[in-house]
Design a protein around this ligand. Structure first.
Ligand SMILES: Cc1ncc(COP(=O)(O)O)c(C=O)c1O
Length: 487
């Protein structure tokens, strides 16, 4: 046994690859081959050739954005989400400069760092949002809310919200926001941030029951749930043995679950029920980044009409007009030109879903072969539909994610996101030092398996080092020899 292990270790260390051959499984961008350049070029050319379109596109846009695009997005969302209460009206949509920009924008409008008690962040969390919350004044008010298999832990959140309400009373937090008044929007007492479907980074999808519970809680405590619904369109069946091509599968052409904003529309009287202020308690922050290209810097948010109007009244919009106005004219063309479906829907259906499904499959096979036997574990066990960009792995007992990611970079030139990146700053109760996130969207398809294999090599070394001193010395000695080759 020991001899086998030693042999395995020796052959592992010979697998060491050239430091030039870097494999990046951290970067959450689309691979350049998946960018729809010709679609956007055609749309831009059409828009800029028609004075009726470019006059609108090149002047300041209306506060809520280019009206034809609001309408075409509303139509697209109506067909994708199949909302029970009927179609989605354009007045529920406000065009934005993308999900990140709009996160900052919405906090400027709907929050106040004195009056708003806390920023509740479902964790592990999209780490680039932290800086946006800090910029909005929530540096010491960010709190992590853990997830389980069904999504956010509602009871934990309820207890913590109650505590924060008691604390606000003790601290004499004013009854009304002092700094944000005389506005055409409202300030919420609490903000909750989450990615309910195909989450970044946990790859989990919040169950329907949990969505309803979260919305009820938000109504009870005057909270706004900001949902980054940015991955909803990118989905495919988990069962990779299915022979039918992803493109032809009807059930992946529709949303997996209603969004929180859909539930808010009709749950127990809806957002405009008697006694409610009509702003609602959930919004869907979406983007063209994942279905077209990040550089376009355009997205939209959906909420109640009052909410969407509130977003459009941010001071920066009142001065500068709608964000990404020229791009909005292109995106409208992408969403309306085409035969059975718009060209953009066709891109999602025929290019993105099949490509990501393939990439997912390659990565999963590699994980099954090289990592699960070492004690790595995947998240959510039973899922029919998979989507997004990422998978989240639990490491073998006792393995530290920071060490693993550092060593992957140093020893096998693979870049991996270690779980600590996704911990909420200032709240160390919810920890992820035993997790890593792998991304299938960016790296060349041909390198995905190799990347995982190399992580397995480092993990095996780490496990071997944990066994006993003698074997540790062998591994260390082999590593020194390996390193010497690269000097
Ligand atoms: C959860 C989440 N929100 C927002 C973004 C960024 O969106 P945008 O490019 O529209 O700013 C990303 C991109 O990775 C994301 O994963």
């Amino acid at each position: 046994m020991a001899a086998d292990r030693a042999r395995a270790k020796r052959s592992d260390s010979r697998d060491k690859t050239s430091p030039d051959d870097q494999i990046n499984l951290l970067r959450g961008w689309p691979n350049p081959k998946l960018l729809p350049a010709s679609l956007i070029k055609d749309a831009a050319q059409s828009a800029l050739s028609d004075p009726k379109i470019w006059t609108d596109g090149l002047l300041y846009g209306p506060d809520a954005g280019y009206e034809p695009l609001r309408e075409s997005i509303a139509k697209w969302l109506t067909s994708f989400y199949q909302v029970r209460v009927g179609e989605i009206g354009a007045k529920r949509i406000c065009i934005t400069g993308g999900a990140s920009r709009n996160l900052g924008n919405m906090l400027a409008v709907f929050s106040d760092p004195e009056y708003t008690r806390k920023m509740w962040i479902v964790a592990p969390a999209y780490f680039l949002a932290f800086k946006i919350f800090q910029d909005a004044g929530f540096g010491d008010k960010m709190r992590a809310v853990p997830e389980d298999d069904g999504g956010v832990d509602i009871e934990f959140l309820r207890r913590e919200i109650e505590k924060s309400e008691n604390q606000a009373k003790k601290d004499g937090t004013p009854e009304k926001p002092r700094f944000k008044h005389d506005r055409r929007a409202k300030v919420y007492k609490h903000i909750i941030y989450c990615v309910p479907t195909f989450a970044n980074p946990s790859s989990r999808t919040m169950s329907l029951a949990r969505r309803k519970d979260l919305l009820s809680l938000a109504r009870e405590y005057d909270a706004l749930v900001i949902c980054d619904d940015v991955y909803d369109f990118l989905q495919w069946p988990a069962d990779t043995s299915n022979k039918e091509s992803v493109e032809n599968l009807e059930h992946v052409q529709m949303a997996l679950l209603p969004r929180l904003v859909d539930i808010d529309r009709d749950f127990e009287g809806g957002a405009e029920r008697e006694g409610a202020d009509g702003f609602g308690n959930a919004c869907s922050n979406q983007t063209f980044t994942k279905v077209a290209a990040p550089g376009l810097r355009i997205g939209w948010v959906e909420g109640t009409e009052k909410f969407a109007y509130g977003v459009s009244q941010a001071g920066t919009t009142l001065s500068g007009g709608s964000e990404s106005q020229a791009t909005a004219t292109y995106m409208h063309i992408c969403l309306t030109q085409g035969e059975e479906q718009s060209r953009l829907q066709g891109h999602v259906r025929k290019t993105l879903r099949p490509a990501y499904a393939r990439r997912y499959k390659i990565l999963m096979h590699a994980i099954q072969e090289h990592l699960l036997p070492l004690g790595f574990q995947l998240p959510q066990s039973t899922r029919d539909i998979i989507g997004g960009y990422f998978t989240w792995l639990s490491l073998p007992e006792g393995m530290n994610a920071e060490t693993l990611s550092r060593r992957c970079k140093e020893e096998v030139n693979v870049i991996v996101a270690n779980g600590k990146l996704f911990e909420v700053p200032g709240d160390d109760r919810v920890k992820f030092d035993g997790n890593i996130r792998l991304c299938w969207s960016w790296e060349d398809e041909s390198k995905l398996e190799e990347g995982v294999k190399r992580i397995g090599i480092v993990a095996k070394r780490m496990l071997a080092e944990g066994l006993n001193g003698e074997e540790y010395v062998v591994v260390e000695k082999e590593r020194e020899e390996d390193m010497a080759q690269y000097k």
